[in-house]
Design a protein around this ligand. Structure first.
Ligand code: IPD
Ligand code: CA
Ligand code: CA
Length: 276
């Protein structure tokens, strides 16, 4: 019963993401207002807000008893509600505002804190990534799997840098240098949700980032897990979304990437080629 119910919610999430994504695509190149929300570089446009209004309308119409954590509107409904949607109407706002077409809509559902349904829609590639716990993961209705790359030396990775990067020493710069040295490359996509979708479909082999919000990752966590990947804390302990730290990779690479993150030397010791 619960399992079949997840598929109904998956379709509702898809309806919402496709509708919001169509708006994002329509407004491409026509952004009128760009402002900083709080921290330097944390942008919001009228397109973020209009896309979020669509997501809220669709979810609210179908699921008035569920709670929603929306990036631009905050918490809607009781925090004690076990059914919590986490929605990002435009993940990759900086890219979008600059006219760089790497952005998506992310719609995830956590039940009692556990991510169970995830939909990510990339309106620029017209790719719809979907997953529900126990039902596998698809891209445009075709099953998708994580990659099988097992060594960092053969891997292509992705990461990101949170908006507080200028205010904290825990800014991911040392990890970025370390993994760039060990891998075939570390991309900085600018959309955490798409980064996770790209790990889920095997284009990228691993992803880590700190400073993330539930709306950045809830949907992507379901995609990666249902595509056969592992998603945890950096040290491979169980994922705590509230910690803001995520490590996602295929099962072969995951422990290797985890160990490399834990072994990251401080930037003051860089470069350290002999130690590699
Ligand atoms: C951001 C993107 C970016 C990540 C940031 C997020 P936004 O979300 O996902 O890749 O590095 O931490 O805040 O602001 O574009 O919705
Ligand atoms: Ca985001
Ligand atoms: Ca956003």
């Amino acid at each position: 019963m619960q399992s079949e119910q997840l598929l109904i919610w998956l379709d509702i999430a898809s309806e919402a993401a496709l509708a919001a994504g169509a708006l994002v695509r329509d407004r491409w190149g026509k952004v009128e207002s760009i402002r900083e929300k709080g921290q330097a570089g944390d942008l919001v446009t009228e397109v973020d807000q209009a896309a979020e209004a669509i997501l809220l309308a669709v979810l609210g119409r179908h699921l008035p008893d569920h709670a929603i954590l929306a990036e631009e509107s905050g918490a809607i409904g009781a925090v004690t509600n076990p059914y919590q949607w986490a929605i990002d109407p435009l993940d990759g706002t900086t890219n979008f505002a600059h006219g760089y077409p790497v952005a998506c809509v992310s719609v995830g559902l956590a039940i009692a804190g556990d991510p169970q349904v995830g939909v990510i829609y990339d309106p620029f590639r017209d790719e719809l990534f979907r997953a529900a716990a126990g039902h596998g993961a698809t891209c445009n209705r075709q099953p998708m799997r994580v990659s099988s790359i097992s060594t960092l030396a053969q891997s292509l990775l992705v990461t990101g840098f949170a908006y507080d990067r200028r205010e904290t020493a825990d800014n991911n710069y040392a990890e970025f240098c370390h993994l760039t040295h060990l891998s075939q490359g570390v991309r900085r996509g600018g959309s955490a949700a798409l980064d996770l979708a790209n790990v889920a479909c095997g284009r990228l082999d691993g992803y880590w980032e700190r400073g993330l919000k539930p709306w950045d990752v809830t949907a992507g966590v379901v995609l990666v897990r249902e595509a056969g990947g592992w998603v945890t804390a950096y040290d491979s302990s169980p994922l705590e979304i509230a910690s803001g730290r995520v490590l996602a990779a295929n099962p072969q690479l995951h422990p290797v990437l985890s160990q490399a993150l834990l072994n990251t030397p401080p930037l003051s010791q860089w470069p350290t080629p002999a130690a590699q």
